[in-house]
Ligand binder design. Structure first.
Ligand code: ATP
Length: 202
């Protein structure tokens, strides 16, 4: 899968609808201090399912919405759309057969976020797993923040192993195993209850 477009409206300093077309090869973003370069990377992380406002330099998640500046009033919604070229069919099921994926996250002030893939509403978890399976995502080493290289070099072996697992695209398996273990535990508790009831009936 390849990132082909990024569309933002109302996200941080990007009050007007802005679209970036990402061509094959290396893309550089240049501009003066404070023009919004980091906001662009944060928009990517946010649409990939980042759940920590601190990781987005925001005091709360509502702060990713344009707060007003230069005489322009604040807004009540923000939306980021990521377009992915899936012509190599590497997207995980149920999205494998889609030629292009449009993943969107929209936030309404005080009402939280909604996620969509090609217009269909999905859970945050679905979007996070989609990117984890593609060896990327809000916390993956595919998006390198300032200071991250030093952190990896100085990290403990378990933390470094997590970086390798993310790069190998198996981080999503851990999340799925955790969900399966929770379901298994709930099923075991139900079985115990059934056995109690049966025992009392005998
Ligand atoms: P540098 O080169 O210094 O790292 P940058 O180009 O990466 O800067 P950013 O950090 O992306 O710039 O953008 C900072 C700008 O975004 C600031 O002017 C800040 O006021 C603005 N900004 C951040 N959040 C919001 C918001 N919710 N509403 C309006 N503007 C915002």
């Amino acid at each position: 899968m390849k990132l082909t477009r990024l569309r933002l409206v109302g996200f941080k300093s990007f009050v007007d609808a802005s679209e970036l077309v990402i061509q094959p090869g290396l893309t550089g973003v240049v501009g003066p201090n404070g023009c919004g370069k980091s906001n662009l990377v944060e928009a990517l992380r946010w649409a990939m399912g980042e759940s920590s406002h601190k990781a987005l330099r925001a005091a709360e998640m509502n702060d990713v919405i344009f707060a007003g500046s230069g005489g322009r009033p604040s807004r009540n919604t923000a939306e980021v759309v990521i377009a992915l070229d899936n012509s190599n069919r590497l997207a995980p099921a149920p999205f494998t057969e889609q030629e292009e994926l449009e993943i969107s996250r929209r936030i309404e002030r005080d009402k939280g976020s909604t996620y969509r893939v090609n217009g269909r509403e999905v859970r945050a978890r679905d979007v996070q797993l989609l990117f984890a399976d593609a060896s990327t995502g809000a916390r993956s080493p595919a998006l390198v923040r300032q200071g991250q290289i030093g952190e990896i070099i100085n990290a403990r072996p378990e933390a470094r192993r997590r970086v390798l697992e993310e790069a190998a695209g198996i981080a999503g398996l851990h999340a799925r195993r955790h969900e399966s273990e929770l379901k298994l535990r709930a099923a075991e508790q139900n079985l115990d209850r059934v056995e109690d009831v049966l025992g009392r009936m005998q």
